[in-house]
Design a protein around this ligand. Structure first.
Ligand SMILES: Nc1ncnc2c1ncn2[C@@H]1O[C@H](COP(=O)(O)OP(=O)(O)OP(=O)(O)O)[C@@H](O)[C@H]1O
Ligand SMILES: CC(C)(CO)[C@@H](O)C(=O)[O-]
Ligand code: BAL
Length: 284
């Protein structure tokens, strides 16, 4: 496995792989790799002969007061995980390699970025879409792999790629969970043992929402109230949002007909946690 922080170098390596007829898969990450990332790398390996994993804590997607400085960066461990799971290349640029000058050019998706996490993280998705565009331009992947855990991010990237005719396919992989249902996330590291236990209420609450819908509930307000009540059993849980939205437009739904995405965000001590499930009411 090769490792580089240099754009010129990764370009040479991917050009060579392309010339050899290999499909290039890209797994964009911010490092602190875990089972969720490993599932993306494995999905990439099944589809592509040449898998690039990027490790880059992207400053432009963090707002003031967010955890950019504290975000975990266990570089050696990440390299070992990529090697173990068969990546061909790790691309781990520095901030100055990615942003050598003041950035004046942004890629931003309107509409769907304004719901859910967009409300509390105003420039977040602009940072994500800009850095993903840069990564796509640098690596030139045939396929890029994202996780459903960040459902809004996946929807935004899909939309950007479609709207701008970017020549790659986006694959979204299912959320990897721990045995008790908690979605695996790098930010779970911020939780104390007690908070880690409390965090399991999020998935239980989502499951209650699923059961209500599968038992025939069609009023989104009622389902939301139930989810909030279950999460509220943990006094330390500060709910940011519980939303039932259309999976593509991410607009709130009032009456549940067909597929609905239930998405939540909450603060628990030092961590901001997000999770979601897709539920199909079977009604059209
Ligand atoms: N539990 C998971 N299951 C599937 N994919 C995941 C999971 N967690 C993260 N991913 C995906 O991995 C990619 C890189 O995400 P990132 O490096 O931000 O990890 P993260 O654990 O989501 O970190 P954070 O806690 O900062 O949100 C994203 O496409 C993300 O959706
Ligand atoms: C897609 C991404 C790597 C862009 O920095 C990041 O938002 C993430 O890790 O989900
Ligand atoms: N996984 C999403 C990246 C972020 O929260 O900044």
């Amino acid at each position: 496995m090769q490792v580089t922080g240099k754009i010129d170098e990764i370009r040479q390596w991917t050009a060579q792989a392309r010339a050899e007829g290999k499909h290039i898969g890209l797994v964009p990450t911010m490092g602190a790799l875990h089972a969720g990332h490993v599932a993306l790398i494995e999905a990439a390996r099944r589809r592509c002969e040449f898998v690039v994993v990027s490790l880059f804590v992207n400053p432009t997607q963090f707002g003031p007061g967010e955890d950019f400085d504290n975000y975990p960066r266990p570089f050696k461990q990440d390299i070992a995980i990529c090697e173990r799971h068969g990546a061909a290349v790790v691309f781990a640029p520095s901030p100055s390699e990615m942003y050598p000058r003041e950035n004046l050019t942004w890629v931003s998706v309107s509409g769907i970025t304004e719901h859910l996490c967009g409300r509390s993280r105003p420039n977040h998705f602009r940072g994500v879409t800009t850095v993903c565009t840069k990564l796509f331009n640098i690596v030139g992947p045939d396929v890029a792999f994202f996780g459903q855990k960040d459902a809004q991010q996946a929807a935004v990237i899909r939309r950007m790629v479609a709207d701008l005719n970017m020549p790659l396919e986006i694959v979204v992989c299912p959320t990897v969970r721990q045995g008790d249902g908690l979605a695996v996330s790098s930010r779970n590291q911020y939780l104390s043992e007690r908070q880690r236990e409390d965090a399991t209420v999020i998935y239980r609450a989502l499951q209650e929402g699923r059961q209500m819908i599968e038992s025939g509930a069609t009023d989104a307000r009622q389902v939301r109230a139930r989810i909030e009540a279950v999460m509220g059993r943990v006094p330390a849980m500060q709910i940011e949002y519980v939303s039932l939205v259309d999976p593509e437009t991410l607009e709130d739904v009032e009456r549940i007909t067909g597929a609905v995405l239930i998405a939540v965000a909450a603060r628990l001590g030092p961590a901001r946690l997000i999770d979601n499930i897709m539920v199909d009411s079977g009604k059209t």
